[in-house]
Each structure stands twice: as structure tokens, then as C-alpha cells.
Design a protein around this ligand. Structure first.
Ligand code: ATP
Ligand code: MN
Length: 463
């Protein structure tokens, strides 16, 4: 009796095998002929396997006939060809062992469909639903694909710190990390004295691993980070979390166009792997969540991203004849409505926007010869908007210092960052991709809170 997964037992190759399956009951149906159909799921695939439990089994009357959704069982039996529609196999049980009962009266997921809002209140139960099982499998597939892509391209995986004293130039509001007793903090001239705190200085949860990744790129060539990032911004949107996972490649000797090429190749690879390796789950998202997800990914994989400068984008927006809530003018940051117009309506494909005004971008982005713009790039996709933000970094020490002055940054706080430009500086580039925004795009899920196992947002951290 081989212990195999439900996914394996559903394959025609399994026919004839004696197997042990372990999982949870989804439904039970009793037939008049004196046997029951059990739908069993173990998380290995979207589909269940049908188990036939005959009345001749010793515990048929006492246990099997009382099974309901969520009961956990071990089933032993033979895999048979199935007569039913949409399934190749079924299992004829020789033994059904019940491990845990689930009171059908009280089990919250017993009956009707619940809204995603409701399911957020039950983060301990929602992985048992079809949708959240599928999201977990797609998220796993995407994570594997990300590592495979970079490993195959010769990148080193670098573990950048989660606790940091630098703020990556205001990429977002930060959470403080401190062991000071808030009831009696050490004071100096009326202010909290952080020199007496754990790290001897103010410390925070990281908003980005970029500056640390640059250190390694400037020594080892091509590197990437993939870890949690934290932003204390109080934005209650469907695209922002306070804790999210970010992938940040950083490459020595890469200019902005190399950076764009990498971003495009990378996204296409991740999308292709999701379609190839999560076929059943993707079909589920297409049927139940958004009937354009598969055709959209297919189209993206086979066509190229549109590359447009910020200046041209402003022109397109100004001439669109569209009334935007936020007016469009050269020098202002683009709002979500502008980004979505460009990618969803104007170009109808992913768009790489580049060369933004220097005044709205951080000090580390490389200044162009026009002195007005910097080599920034954002990748925008329909429905989600920005999924990648990146740039070529300023490798010239004097220009970097000018930019820091311009933005009133203290050179002393970045002494190690500027030293990278003092000793063997190189042109280099990188970007940040939000994992949850990719999962949203692939699955068509509307709210980012539903594509991370345990969402952290303002006021929410229960589970
Ligand atoms: P946005 O303008 O959407 O708030 P940002 O410009 O602040 O994003 P970056 O600092 O460029 O974001 O971060 C790189 C990537 O990380 C973004 O392109 C996005 O995919 C993701 N990201 C940023 N902030 C969040 C967040 N709060 N929750 C989830 N993903 C995020
Ligand atoms: Mn950005």
C-alpha cells in the first residue's frame, strides 16, 4: 500500500495500484445501492478524488455514514478507472480510518459560499477552500519559478537584513524596532535617547533590500534578494500591504535598457511557468474569478512590452481627452488612474515607463544627460498597475553627492553607500517586484489581502 497524493491517484497511470490516501472530506453522498461516495482532498491538487465506500466496510454504519466536510481520514484501497465525467480514476476503499470529526452543524465552511471579506475573518480556515488552495499552489509555483530564473541566469541569492538603520530614502513609512520600554523610555533633553536602545541607534523593519543588494552586486556581479518588506503607510487600498514579499535583483554592468530586458524576460518566464505548471488552478481562476486571466497571460508571453518615456506618456495622457481626477502635468508623479489608462486602454499590454523627472525620484537614480530626468523605470500591467519599480543607479560620486544635497540627505548616514562609488565604481541597475502584485495579476484576484496567507494591513494582524 503506497502512500500517494490525491493528485497522483487522479492520474490514469495509478489505475490498478493499491494505495493509501490521507486528507479531508469535502462531501459525502449516499447511494441507494448501499454505498457512499466520498470526495477527498489533500491539498495536492484542485480536484478531489472520489472514494467509494461500500456498506460491507466494518465501520460503514457507525462512522462512514456520518462523515461530513472537513473530517480527516486515511483511505486504503485500489485505484480503478472511473465511469464518472471529468475524472479518470476513483478509489474503491478497503478501509476508511477517521482521525478527526468536524461537527457539521457548526463548521463555518459547511454550506454556502462565503465572501472573500468574510473569509479574511477566518484566515485559519480559508486555506481549506478551493480558491485559497489554488492561490497557495500558484504562490508556491511562482516562488520556485523566481528562484529558478535567477539561478539559471547565474545570479547569487543574497539574504539582506530585515532589521535596518537606513530607510532606503523614504521608499515608505517605517516600523520601528526597539526594546525600549514605552512606559519609561530613557530621555535626553526631553527626547527618547536611542543610543540606549538595543542597537545603539534608531532601527526599523526594512522597506527594501536594495542598498544592501548594491553592496553585493558591486562585489559579485549579479545578485537578488527575495524576502519580506515592511511599509507602515496607512493606505487601505486593494494593492497595498504593510508586510509584503519583494524580489530585488541588482546587477553590475547593467544599464537601464539591460534592466528593462531582464524585467521583461523575467515576468514572461514566471507567467509561462504558472500556465504550464498550474494548469488546473489557472483554469479555476479563469472559470471562477476572471475569465480573461489565461488569454491575457498567453498574449503577454508572446508579445513585447511597450516602452515609453515619462515625457511621451505625459503627452499621450494630455492628448487623451480623458478627464482624470488628478491633472496631468510634466513634473508630477503619475497616479494609478494614469498608469491604468496607459496600460489598459491606450497600449493594452504591459508598459515600461522610463526617464522620470529627477525631482520626483530618489537620489540613487542615475541622472540623464538632459539633467532633468533620471533613469527610472516602472513596469505597469493591466488591472494591477505598477508591479515593478527600478532604475539604473547613480555610479558617479560627485553627481550622487549633489543629489543627496538636493534632497537634504546627510552624507554621513550613507558613508558606506558612497564608498561603493569611491572604490571601483560600476554602472549598475536593479528593480523591485512585489510578489503579491504578481500573484494578483496571474490569478485575477481583486484584493491583495487574498493572495498572501496572513495579510498585514492597518488594524489587522490577528492570525
Ligand atoms: P506604489 O506606488 O504602488 O505604492 P511604490 O512605488 O511605493 O509602489 P516601490 O518602492 O517601487 O513601490 O516598490 C517596488 C515594488 O514593490 C512595487 O512595484 C510593487 O510591486 C511592490 N510594492 C510596493 N509597495 C507595496 C505594498 N505596500 N504592498 C504590496 N506591494 C508593494
Ligand atoms: Mn515604485
Amino acid at each position: 500500500m503506497d502512500k500517494i497524493s490525491v493528485a497522483a491517484a487522479r492520474q490514469a497511470e495509478a489505475i490498478g495500484r493499491q494505495v493509501t490516501l490521507q486528507g479531508w472530506i469535502r462531501t459525502r453522498r449516499d447511494s441507494k445501492g448501499g454505498f457512499s461516495f466520498l470526495e477527498l482532498n489533500d491539498g495536492s491538487s484542485q480536484g478531489n478524488i472520489q472514494v467509494i465506500a461500500d456498506a460491507s466496510l466494518a465501520n460503514y454504519e457507525s462512522e462512514i455514514k456520518h462523515l461530513s466536510a472537513a473530517c480527516s481520514v486515511t483511505v486504503r484501497g485500489e485505484v480503478k478507472p472511473s465511469g464518472g465525467k471529468g475524472q479518470a480514476t476513483e478509489v474503491l476503499a478497503s478501509e476508511v480510518i477517521v482521525h478527526g470529526w468536524a461537527d457539521a452543524e457548526n463548521y463555518p465552511l459547511q454550506k454556502k459560499q462565503h465572501s472573500f471579506e468574510k473569509l479574511r475573518e477566518w484566515a485559519h480556515l480559508r486555506p481549506r477552500t478551493n480558491t485559497f488552495g489554488a492561490i497557495a499552489r500558484v504562490r508556491n509555483c511562482v516562488s520556485r519559478s523566481i528562484h529558478n530564473f535567477f539561478q539559471e541566469e547565474g545570479f547569487l541569492y543574497i539574504h539582506t537584513p530585515i532589521i535596518t538603520a537606513s530607510d532606503c530614502e523614504g521608499a515608505g513609512a517605517m516600523f520601528r524596532v526597539s526594546t525600549i520600554d514605552p512606559a519609561k523610555p530613557p530621555l535626553k533633553e526631553g527626547q527618547i535617547d536611542y543610543t540606549q536602545d538595543f542597537f545603539g541607534r534608531p532601527a526599523y523593519l526594512t522597506v527594501s533590500g536594495q542598498l544592501n543588494a548594491e553592496i553585493f552586486a558591486c562585489a559579485l556581479g549579479k545578485v537578488y534578494t527575495f524576502g519580506p518588506t515592511f511599509r507602515a503607510e496607512n493606505s487601505n487600498t486593494s494593492r497595498h500591504l504593510a508586510e509584503f514579499w519583494m524580489i530585488e535583483p541588482e546587477m553590475a554592468f547593467y544599464e537601464l535598457t539591460d534592466n528593462m530586458d531582464l524585467a521583461e524576460r523575467f515576468l514572461k518566464r514566471v507567467f509561462r511557468d504558472a500556465l504550464d505548471q498550474c494548469g488546473e488552478d489557472m483554469q479555476f481562476f479563469n472559470d471562477r474569478i476572471d475569465d480573461t486571466v489565461i488569454s491575457t497571460l498567453d498574449a503577454i508571453i508572446t508579445s513585447s512590452f511597450e516602452r515609453v518615456s515619462y515625457t511621451d506618456a505625459i503627452d499621450i495622457l494630455a492628448k487623451s481627452g480623458r478627464k482624470f481626477e488628478f491633472p496631468v502635468a510634466w513634473g508630477t508623479d503619475l497616479q494609478a488612474e494614469h498608469e491604468r489608462f496607459l496600460t489598459e486602454e491606450h497600449f493594452k499590454r504591459p508598459v515600461v515607463l522610463y526617464n522620470y523627472p529627477r525631482s520626483i525620484k530618489p537620489f540613487y537614480m542615475r541622472v540623464n544627460d538632459d539633467e532633468k530626468t533620471v533613469r527610472a523605470m516602472d513596469v505597469l500591467v493591466p488591472k494591477v498597475g505598477e508591479i515593478i519599480g527600478g532604475s539604473q543607479r547613480e555610479e558617479r560620486l560627485d553627481v550622487l553627492q549633489t543629489r543627496m544635497d538636493e534632497q537634504h540627505l546627510k552624507a554621513a548616514d550613507y558613508w558606506w553607500y558612497t564608498e561603493l562609488r569611491r572604490y571601483g565604481t560600476v554602472p549598475h541597475s536593479g528593480f523591485g517586484l512585489g510578489l503579491e502584485r504578481v500573484i494578483q495579476f496571474i490569478t485575477g484576484m481583486q484584493n491583495i489581502r487574498d493572495v498572501i496567507p496572513f495579510p498585514r494591513t492597518p488594524g489587522n494582524a490577528e492570525f
